[in-house]
Design a protein around this ligand. Structure first.
Ligand SMILES: [Zn+2]
Ligand SMILES: [Zn+2]
Length: 183
């Protein structure tokens, strides 16, 4: 697929992700649909929170397009293995849940394998209602910002967030050290 013929925002997403793939397109379509459902303009990413229910390529579209990033803490991962994304806009106090429903559209070759190229064409062209379920839902209550003290791991000497430290024989350990220290 020739990148130059794709919409500019999708080219940006593909550059961020490193390649164009079906998963990225699923995320792209879902992120665009969420933005449209919430009437989002540009550059309000501080007010957005995305909860993603998988840790695959699709998530990068949310990071690149909506500015909901792991580092800023406004991207939350739930390990459900589902192409489901919930975006909350704190400014408007609205949330939308977008689920990918286009799995059955994967074109199969005679040998049963998925034709990724053809699948990508479908993911680019299909109308939202064919590949997405979009529902507005009540927003989750805002999380209280947590500022936590650090402890020093008794084994490696590195600082570790207090709530992530493991107590062992009355001493705080970081999780990697606690695993290694296990008899
Ligand atoms: Zn990918
Ligand atoms: Zn340690």
């Amino acid at each position: 697929m020739d990148l130059a013929h794709l919409p500019p925002d999708l080219q940006e997403v593909a550059r961020f992700h490193g390649h164009l793939c079906p998963g990225l397109l699923i995320g792209y379509r879902a992120a665009k649909a969420a933005a449209r459902a919430l009437d989002l303009g540009r550059s309000q990413d501080e007010e957005l929170v995305a909860v993603v229910e998988n840790d695959s390529c699709s998530v990068d579209a949310f990071q690149a397009l909506l500015g909901t990033t792991f580092g800023k803490g406004n991207l939350k991962w739930q390990d459900h293995g589902k192409q489901v994304f919930t975006v909350t806009d704190r400014r408007q106090n609205r949330a939308v849940r977008v689920a990918f429903t286009g799995d059955a559209l994967r074109p199969r070759r005679p040998d049963g394998s998925v034709d990724r190229q053809a699948f990508m064409e479908i993911l680019l062209a299909a109308p939202d209602e064919q590949i997405l379920k979009i529902q507005e839902k009540p927003p989750a209550p805002p999380e209280v910002a947590r500022i936590e003290p650090s402890l020093t791991c008794a084994r490696c000497g590195e600082a570790v967030q207090a709530s992530k430290a493991v107590q062992k024989d009355g001493q705080p350990l970081c999780r990697p050290c606690a695993r290694e220290a296990r008899p």
